[in-house]
Ligand binder design. Structure first.
Ligand code: MTE
Length: 330
């Protein structure tokens, strides 16, 4: 936690983030080669999909478009790496419910209705409940977290999220002693999310965390980025962000959070168990069966950079895995 920015984002003069078109083009072009060989997608011969692939801030109304300019408290993360632009973050997305093509998601998801929206918190808890998104926004202090997002496909971005600690929501629900894991689920509605008609995946998208991982201060539920409400392509109205794990753990458009006794099986574990494990901690020492995880391409940069253990958050999370063989628990 010591390396996280300490100044609340709203106390800092808003700074417009301008699109550097040249950088965006370089980044997008460079990504083609990565997308051509890697994917969250499993390598099934007949698969019809392209290979992979502030504190106390008043919540804005969600039913009307958020026309505010993108703002962030800083221009770089705690390592000094510049933020990706709002345009980069919202135009290069993995959201298989809409498309397996990252550059099509924003357009295909633009009319996805994200209000009204309810989230059920249940399972092994003392206080189960179904909450309206507007109430969730009021229940928790929304703060900014600038995090790196490192996709299993070996690309990455730096994103100024708004959100709140997942641990606070779980603590409010009161986990029973038998609760050991948290299971998250995305909305299942093939009429609204046409990708869910694909028989290749076990919809709805499901993810999981061990309860102590979920309680770690770095794990957040995000409601926005760059000071604006999340757009559909980014997982509106509520998504998980677990910055030390590969991006696929950060499930979008959540409708259910359930405390369970047994380790949940995620959509990706079900699709390709030899490629996508439950833990999915960013680990440059353990390659994906089809590509190296030692380096990554930061969107907007032309070269590659070293991938950091736990995506640079080892100080905060490595102790969660003391005594575990992370090559087996990948
Ligand atoms: N959540 C759902 N419901 N569906 C998805 O396809 N893709 C995951 C994750 N969350 C995905 C999802 C993957 S593979 C990544 S890398 C991140 O979302 C990408 O988040 P971004 O599009 O905001 O960068």
């Amino acid at each position: 936690m010591s390396r996280l920015p300490k100044i609340p984002w709203y106390e800092i003069t808003p700074e417009k983030v301008y699109l550097n078109r040249r950088q965006l083009m370089v980044g997008a072009g460079a990504m083609l080669s990565v997308a051509g060989l890697a994917a969250c997608g499993m390598e099934a011969p007949a698969a019809p999909v392209a290979p992979a692939a502030a504190e106390g801030v008043a919540a804005p109304p969600t039913a009307t478009p958020d026309t505010r300019d993108p703002v962030a408290s800083a221009t770089a993360d705690e390592l000094g790496d510049p933020l990706n632009s709002f345009e980069q973050i919202t135009n290069y997305n993995n959201f298989y419910e809409f498309s397996t093509d990252k550059e099509d998601v924003a357009e295909l998801a633009k009319n996805f209705p994200v209000s009204p929206w309810t989230v059920t918190v249940g399972g092994l808890v003392d206080k189960p409940g179904t909450y309206d998104m507007d109430d969730i926004r009021k229940m928790f202090d929304i703060e900014e977290r600038i995090y790196r997002l490192r996709c299993v496909e070996a690309w990455s971005m730096v994103i100024p999220w708004q959100g709140f600690s997942l641990g606070k929501l779980l603590a409010a629900a009161g986990p029973k002693s038998e609760a050991k894991y948290v299971r998250f689920q995305t909305l299942h509605d093939p009429a609204l999310m046409p990708g869910q008609t694909s028989a290749w995946y076990s919809w709805p998208y499901t993810e999981g965390l061990r309860l102590d991982e979920a309680m770690n201060e770095l794990a957040i539920l995000s409601t926005g980025l760059y000071g604006k409400d999340l757009l559909p392509q980014s997982g509106a109205p509520l998504r998980l962000v677990v910055p030390w794990k590969y991006g696929f753990k950060s499930i979008k458009s959540i409708v259910s959070i359930e405390l369970v006794a047994e380790q949940p099986t995620s959509l990706w574990m079900d699709a390709a168990p030899n490629e996508y494990g439950f833990y999915a901690n960013v680990n440059p020492a353990v390659d994906h069966p089809r590509w190296s995880q030692a380096s990554e391409r930061r969107i907007g940069e032309s070269g590659r950079r070293e991938t950091l253990p736990f995506n640079g958050y080892a100080e905060q999370v490595a102790a969660l895995y003391d005594g575990m063989d992370l090559s087996k628990n990948f």
